[in-house]
Design a protein around this ligand. Structure first.
Ligand SMILES: Cc1cc2nc3c(=O)[nH]c(=O)nc-3n(C[C@H](O)[C@H](O)[C@H](O)COP(=O)(O)O)c2cc1C
Length: 388
């Protein structure tokens, strides 16, 4: 029995397998709403066998978006559009998940393929970016950062709760808070971005207060039966930034506040990282395994895990509970079906809708013409000669 394809229950939610489509920003929304593009993107991954399907980070406030084209749930008018996606995801047998977040000082951005630069606050598609302190990230993020007041932080926590309430109405059943990748949660956690002298800065306790209050605000409105998770910038790979040992302690506190699973990633609060492991296989795995063991909490992680045998092994060896796939989910909507076949699953087609599965099982084809790489490639010249 494959570990990767074993069901996974967290709170009242059961995933059909351990494979999640990781959140990925798509710059395709208008007014923060989902549209046909999102229905296509998410529906096809659910039909392709993913157990858990995330859209991109969904912003809790308009100025919490990465760009004007990013999704949001800061307005009731956005609920129905996301419900179209969650209805289809459920219909295809997967669980719809949402990642709520605020891009903070990295927001007000142009699409990467149109330059990716940050826009000034007075640009029609830009806005005043915010952070824990008035410190721009640097590089392309050059515009002044407004340091949030205590009252503004409280308003952001109310916005988390309002967005979580809308997420319930939109049909999501798994909620992740985005505290990684240099966005607002990551900025509060990191001394590289947070130089506050009030109760939201300084010590580890101060730098984790933003997160604990966000978890409290969301937990109060998010149903107990649905998992509440977060993605943490658990290491800045910089001696002046977040150290992984601190993350272990902070996640322990988050667990006490009702967090159900930790999805580990990097801080990316600076470009000055002591090493840039981005092309290394599974570089978050050792941290994930350690946190899982020391905090006693389920974990997920992403980053270069898209090899079926590797994904299988890390679940079987209990390094992680859920495998998050980003780029593999973009390049292959049927990644789980392919992985099931590679791992000699009894019935890989059980992962696709029965409308296709029945035909794939019963309508006999040449074994090399079913739509995936054949381990024993056909000699095409010989095959064509035989047909002549
Ligand atoms: C196009 C793109 C957009 C992304 N947007 C988000 C996002 O909205 N939220 C987030 O937490 N991570 C985001 N990520 C990171 C992915 O979720 C994932 O963690 C990362 O790509 C590593 O996993 P992979 O090696 O399987 O691609 C994005 C990645 C890509 C490629």
């Amino acid at each position: 029995m494959s570990a990767l394809f074993s069901p996974y229950t967290l709170k009242g939610v059961t995933l059909r397998n351990r494979i999640a489509m990781s959140p990925m920003t798509m710059y395709r929304s208008v007014d923060g709403k989902a549209n046909d593009f999102h229905v296509m993107l998410l529906g096809s991954r659910a039909a392709g066998g993913f157990g858990l399907v995330f859209p991109e980070q969904i912003a809790i406030l308009p100025e919490g978006r990465t760009s004007v084209g990013c999704g949001g749930l800061y307005d009731d008018a956005q609920i129905e559009s996301w419900k179209r996606c969650t209805d289809l995801i459920k219909d295809m047998g997967a669980v719809p998940a949402i990642q709520l977040g605020h891009t903070g000082r990295k927001g007000s951005e142009v699409k990467p393929w149109e330059g990716g630069q940050q826009l000034p606050p007075d640009h029609p598609d830009g806005w005043q970016v915010v952070g824990p302190s008035a410190l721009p990230y640097g590089g392309k993020y050059q515009y002044p950062v407004h340091a949030l007041t205590r009252e503004e932080i409280k308003a952001i926590h109310r916005a988390y709760a309002d967005a979580a309430r809308r997420a319930v109405d939109a049909g999501f059943e798994w909620l992740e808070l985005h505290f990684a990748h240099g966005y607002l949660g990551a900025s509060f956690f990191s001394p590289l971005a947070n130089q506050r002298s009030d109760e939201y800065g300084g010590s580890l306790e101060g730098r984790a207060r933003y997160h604990l209050e966000a978890i409290d605000a969301v937990r109060a409105v998010w149903p107990e039966r649905f998992p509440l998770t977060m993605r943490l910038g658990s290491d800045d790979l910089n001696e002046r930034g977040v150290q992984f040992d601190e993350s272990i302690i902070a996640v322990g506190w988050m667990k006490e506040h009702g967090l159900d699973l930790a999805d580990l990633s990097l801080g990316i609060n600076t470009d000055e990282m002591r090493d840039k492991p981005f092309d290394e296989l599974g570089f978050m795995l050792a941290r994930a395994e350690r946190l899982r063991r020391e905090v006693g909490m389920p974990v997920a992680t992403s980053w270069n895990l898209g090899i079926p045998a590797l994904a299988e092994r890390i679940v079987r060896d209990q390094l992680v509970d859920v495998v998050m796939l980003g780029r593999p989910a973009l390049s292959n909507p049927h990644w789980p079906v392919w992985a099931a076949r590679e791992l000699e699953h009894d019935d890989p087609f059980a992962l696709v809708p029965e409308d296709w599965a029945w035909w794939l099982r019963n309508f006999r084809a040449h074994p090399s013409c079913i739509g995936w790489p054949d381990p024993a490639p056909v000699d095409v010249d010989a095959a064509l000669r035989a047909t002549a």
